[in-house]
Design a protein around this ligand. Structure first.
Ligand SMILES: Cc1cc2nc3c(=O)[nH]c(=O)nc-3n(C[C@H](O)[C@H](O)[C@H](O)COP(=O)(O)O)c2cc1C
Length: 184
């Protein structure tokens, strides 16, 4: 068992070219981690492998985000998320995560993998505000409350969860509109 550190308000920043990789079984037990994950989280490889992936869960993260992630994964679908993670030191680091599903030849789910990279400042700013609100609602009204808030938040912007992440992670829409408007 890994002990749970107390969260401290100190950010770990790391190079955007440093990619984190992890792989879990279908229940979220870690099967593999790359060296970058160990370096950034501060855990030894042998401490992480065999532990549940929620060892990195930060108390500022709303439960409903993981609910959405697991919903997609268990349906066999790829999903993305922005996560605030808790390092062994209690410090935090923000990552953009691409989750993938490995299936056998019959289409049965075998394992999940995550590919994580450092989240840029503007992504953190947007998600930090959203998660803070969701967490407050979740504490008062449970996950149902925070999920309906997220639904309305997205509806308001006329996007679904995937489009919203796409827009803030790679704001191509904005660039296209901007340059399209300038030259088009
Ligand atoms: C491949 C994979 C990678 C994951 N990576 C993280 C991670 O970096 N941080 C995190 O908090 N949860 C991660 N999770 C989700 C955890 O399994 C877990 O659902 C989450 O931490 C919430 O914990 P809880 O459901 O026990 O409350 C990952 C799950 C999978 C399948």
């Amino acid at each position: 068992m890994i002990y749970r550190p107390l969260a401290i308000d100190q950010e770990i920043k790391f190079n955007k070219k440093k990619f984190i990789v992890s792989k879990t079984d279908t229940k979220g037990k870690i099967l593999f981690v790359n060296k970058n994950l160990c370096d950034i989280s501060g855990y030894e490889e042998e401490a992480l492998v065999g532990s549940p992936h929620n060892v990195l869960r930060h108390p500022d993260m709303p439960q409903s985000i993981f609910f959405l992630v697991w919903n997609s994964l268990l349906r066999g679908e790829h999903v993305s998320a922005v996560l605030k993670n808790l390092a062994r030191s209690g410090e935090y680091y923000w990552v953009i995560v691409d989750f993938d599903v490995k299936k056998d030849q019959e289409g049965n789910i075998k394992s999940f993998s995550s590919f994580q990279s450092s989240a840029p400042k503007q992504v953190i700013e947007t998600m930090e505000e959203l998660y803070e609100t969701m967490l407050k609602i979740e504490k008062k009204h449970g996950m149902e409350g925070s999920l309906s808030y997220l639904e309305s938040f997205l509806e308001e912007r006329g996007v679904n969860y995937d489009n919203f992440l796409d827009e803030i992670i790679k704001p191509k829409g904005f660039m296209n509109k901007f340059f399209g408007g300038m030259w088009g």
